[in-house]
Ligand binder design. Structure first.
Ligand code: AQP
Length: 332
């Protein structure tokens, strides 16, 4: 059976980008006969300036939203990263496998380090090493597939490199996972700045649709989306017309239609935006409603997370022990 692992970090409220790029794929995998593990990767949220109470609140909200989106605790394992010590145990061995140079080449590191410096904050060392902890998250479970959005592709490729390097140096230890991306909307862009990714942290404003936004708020954000100048009508051209291409991608992801074909059906931006707003509102409505029900019973969500951590620990421990032996550490 294929083993799937992926995670979401509680650095903000989950966005439409998280949903279309990742969470929806996870729910689909959860319906199939796969062995899937999904994780709220809270340790990763500590790599940038953070408010402890907010991280705690967002971790709970993320777990509740994943259940509301359709992950079923009977089929998959849902847990919180910091509840399973094996992740940090393994991360150290992988830090002894990765190089400083390859971590400094990570695009997210460069972007987030620059943002931290611009804000006058120090760059936390964990921001540099975070892709190694992410590799540990994945490799601790003999993972076959990692469904993520495009922005995480580079980190999964690093994970593969580290697994291969470790196996070559110390003998076969880790499964080498492959990345899976959604066909459409692998990178949902900010509605106000369609050359930047729609992101949950930072000063998320009018360009970010959150999964829990009220329908009226979603409509307003979509109707105010920046489109492109030029009178070439509605065409799908990511390079020249990124704002319109982004709206078409979102509509394509919501409806299952090809964004290029969708473009042919519109004479102007107004009708396109109305259809996008309707589609997004309808897509998120059941998730929002279910979230409200689940949020009313936080004890039930905590129970799911406790059981998930227990199972995850049982899976990860033998893999991490195997890695400790292989790298030359004495048995306890
Ligand atoms: N805009 C996006 N389009 C498609 N997929 C996306 N993902 C994130 N943003 C988009 C995917 O969602 C999953 C969980 O993301 P994460 O929590 O690991 O955070 P991230 O990748 O760093 O992106 P965010 O949500 O914008 O967070 P911040 O602002 O903290 O960096 C991943 O599979 C990701 O690819």
């Amino acid at each position: 059976m294929t083993r799937i692992f992926s995670g979401v970090k509680p650095t903000g409220h989950l966005t439409l980008g998280n949903y279309l790029g990742a969470v929806r794929q996870w729910v689909a995998a959860d319906q199939a006969p796969e062995d899937a593990l999904f994780c709220v990767v809270d340790l990763h949220a500590l790599t940038i300036e953070h408010d402890p109470a907010r991280v705690r609140r967002l971790s709970r909200e993320a777990a509740t939203l994943l259940l509301a989106a359709g992950l079923s605790p009977e089929k998959c394992t849902l847990f919180v990263q910091s509840h399973v010590d094996e992740h940090t145990r393994l991360a150290y061995l992988l830090e002894c496998t990765a190089t400083d140079g390859e971590l400094r080449r990570m695009i997210q590191y460069k972007e987030k380090a620059a943002a931290a410096q611009a804000a006058g904050a120090g760059v936390r060392l964990s921001l540099l090493t975070y892709p190694v902890l992410m590799a540990a998250d994945i490799l601790a479970y003999d993972t076959d597939e990692v469904p993520v959005g495009e922005d995480q592709r580079q980190h999964v490729e690093l994970t593969r490199d580290l697994a291969v390097r470790f196996n070559q140096r110390y003998g076969p230890t880790f499964a080498v996972p492959k990345v899976t991306l959604p066909a459409v909307a692998a990178r949902v862009m900010d509605l106000q700045d369609p050359t930047s990714k729609m992101g949950k942290s930072g000063d998320a404003g009018a360009g970010v649709v959150f999964m829990l936004d009220e329908p009226g708020v979603v409509r307003k954000k979509v109707m105010r989306a920046v489109t492109d100048s030029g009178d070439g009508g509605v065409v799908y051209d990511r390079a020249a017309r990124p704002g319109v291409a982004n709206l078409l991608d979102v509509l394509g992801a919501c409806t299952g239609a090809d964004p290029v074909v969708l473009a042919e059906g519109y004479g102007g931006y107004g009708a396109l935006k109305r259809d996008v707003a309707d589609a997004v509102v309808e897509l998120l409505r059941p998730v929002r409603e279910r979230h409200a029900e689940l949020a009313a019973d936080p004890g039930a969500v905590e129970k799911v997370l406790r059981a998930g951590a227990e199972r995850a620990r049982g899976l990860a421990r033998p893999v991490v022990d195997r890695a400790y032996r292989a790298i030359g550490l004495l048995e306890r």
